[in-house]
Design a protein. Structure first.
Lengths: 115, 109
């Protein structure tokens, strides 16, 4: 069965809208979750590491004020794309890991299209 | 040098063929290695971890050469359902993963 649940799977909205994406760990408590973004024909790129109860760690070039991450519980992390623009259109995927050097399990992904 | 490099393909093979994918990584301190499979417009799914001693899972065999910083995946007796993009994934340290761009495989009847 699924280890990670991500919602919504598809979002289409107007430019300037803020979009919230939820990522839930179903099988275990996750102190750390990861948010990735994938543009067409590109590799997955880590955006940020979400830490339960503390601030997220953002990768270089990722605007923390634009991509708000909240990890309020051990099973839920949310990513909010604030004031989204067409260039933010992408495939956003979250993942969880059971520990260092362990494989990550991915959510189904959210396909975001900004008109 | 890119952190994880793969031949993008596409590899077009007939059913039953054996196909091999290669991957190189730049960080010699990398600790763990994986192959993921990604179908079109879907999330990546773990295919197998890669161990120094080499490991096999059915028709799939993975090899790791730490000295050459090289990882391989061999698929025997290819099936139509094997058509996908195969992602070489490296964990340099801790828990963040570095993904290659993927190698596309197309198996035809």
């Amino acid at each position: 069965g699924a280890v990670v649940s991500q919602h919504p799977s598809w979002v289409i909205c107007k430019s300037g809208t803020s979009v919230k994406i939820e990522c839930r760990s179903l099988d275990f408590q996750a102190t750390t979750m990861f948010w990735y973004r994938q543009f067409p024909k590109q590799s997955l790129m880590l955006m940020a590491t979400s830490n339960e109860g503390s601030k997220a760690t953002y990768e270089q070039g990722v605007e923390k004020d634009k991509f708000l991450i909240n990890h309020a519980s051990l099973t839920l992390s949310t990513l909010t794309v604030t004031s989204a623009h067409p260039e933010d259109s992408s495939f956003y995927i979250c993942s969880v890991s059971q520990g260092a050097n362990q494989p990550q399990h991915f959510g189904d992904g959210t396909r975001l299209s900004i008109l | 040098r890119k952190e994880v490099e793969q031949d993008p393909g596409p590899f077009n093979v007939p059913e039953g063929a054996t196909v091999a994918f290669n991957c190189t990584y730049s960080n010699s301190a990398s600790q763990s290695f994986f192959w993921y499979r990604q179908d079109c417009r879907k999330e990546p799914k773990l295919l197998m971890s890669v161990y120094s001693s080499g490991n096999e899972d059915g028709r799939f065999t993975a090899q790791l050469n730490r000295a050459s910083q090289y990882i391989s995946l061999l698929i025997r007796d290819s099936k139509l359902s094997d058509s996908a993009t195969y992602l070489c994934v490296v964990n340099p340290a801790g828990t963040a993963l570095i993904f290659g761009k993927g190698t596309t495989l197309s198996v035809s009847s």
